[in-house]
Design a protein around this ligand. Structure first.
Ligand code: CP
Length: 317
């Protein structure tokens, strides 16, 4: 694996999941793979799980992991080609990234979208600039449009917990939120589940919350949440802002919050969320604190997904 930016960087999802689950059983099986190698984790936006799970994963592989909160501690970076840098940006990524590439064997980047200009966000300028200029493998810790480490974790959590021979029914369900959120987690989950091809996959959201077809093609999309939930084995709850009229909140209908009553429509579904979650806005206490909730197991699995990805990259450098 050269970079890990999306599912398109993965040859075999099931093999990568198997590797992650093997690390869950034996975390230190490859403790010397990363000896004398250094991984840099650059955060242009906040994180709890991604930051710490990736650090733990790298350390399990014997790597030194260094975190840099670019947003708080670094120079303001410029990404626009040909920019006249007379404003607040201090250093161009063309100058910074090749230097970081000399300090680290692998670079990991977290950057969120602006949610102001769809074309800019969906061009993935920040992530692509690091790929172009750093000269080392890049791992996405969530980008403007995708969150592949989260999605790999999600698939492995489903594979780990689903014991029947048939395909699971997985429902990605929009949820209310207090502010406009990126489409990244939903895009990425849809992209991975579709590429995996081992599920009956339904996406449900209110009108006007259509995601890009680039990621949803292959899924069944319905705007009646109760209908979508019928017979579900897994419900992935997530808010996202509008994609078409970009970055807006059109409706925050609390009726879209998953409740115990709605769970009765399902096949005693397991409930997933990438976290952080707004309790009693996105998901009710009764669901989050119930045995149906997978969110803690899911977040714990972030370590094994990151470890599998980093080890695949280490094999190539
Ligand atoms: N799920 C997730 O990416 O969590 P953090 O934002 O805390 O890293």
């Amino acid at each position: 694996m050269k970079n890990f930016i999306s599912v398109n960087d993965v040859d075999d999802i099931n093999a990568l999941v198997a590797k992650a689950l093997a690390y869950k059983k034996k975390p230190f099986a490859d403790r010397s793979l990363g000896t004398d190698k250094r991984i840099g984790l650059l955060f242009l936006n906040p994180s709890l799980r991604t930051r710490l799970s990736t650090q733990v994963a790298a350390k399990n592989l014997g790597m030194e992991a260094i975190v840099f909160n670019v947003d708080k501690e670094g120079w303001a970076l410029e990404f626009e080609e040909g920019a006249i840098m007379s404003g607040h940006t201090v250093e161009h990524v063309k100058d910074a990234a090749p230097i970081l590439g000399q300090y680290f064997d692998i670079l990991c980047i977290r950057t969120f979208p602006s949610l102001k200009n769809r074309e800019d966000d969906y061009s993935e300028l920040v992530m692509n600039s690091f790929v172009q200029y750093s000269g080392v493998p890049i791992v996405s810790l969530e980008s403007a449009t995708l969150h592949p480490l989260q999605s790999l974790t999600d698939i492995l959590t489903i594979k780990e917990t689903f014991t029947e021979i048939r395909k699971p029914k997985i429902v990605l369900s929009w949820a209310p939120h207090v502010k406009p959120l990126p489409q990244c987690v939903a895009n990425s989950f849809a992209q991975w589940v579709n590429a995996w091809g081992s599920a009956d996959f339904v996406i449900t959201h209110p009108e006007h919350y259509e995601l890009s077809e680039m990621y949803t093609k292959g899924a069944t999309i319905v705007t009646d949440q109760n209908k979508a939930l019928q017979g579900a084995d897994y419900i992935y709850v997530k808010n996202w802002s509008t994609y078409n009229d970009y970055g807006k909140i059109y409706s925050n209908d609390p009726a879209w919050m998953l409740t115990e009553e709605k769970l009765q429509l399902t096949n005693n579904a397991k409930v997933m969320h990438c976290l952080p979650v707004r309790r009693n806005v996105e998901l009710s206490d009764e669901i989050l604190d119930s045995e149906n909730s997978l969110v803690t197991k899911q977040a714990g699995n972030r370590v094994w997904a990151a470890q599998a990805v980093i080890s695949e990259i280490l094999k190539e450098i």
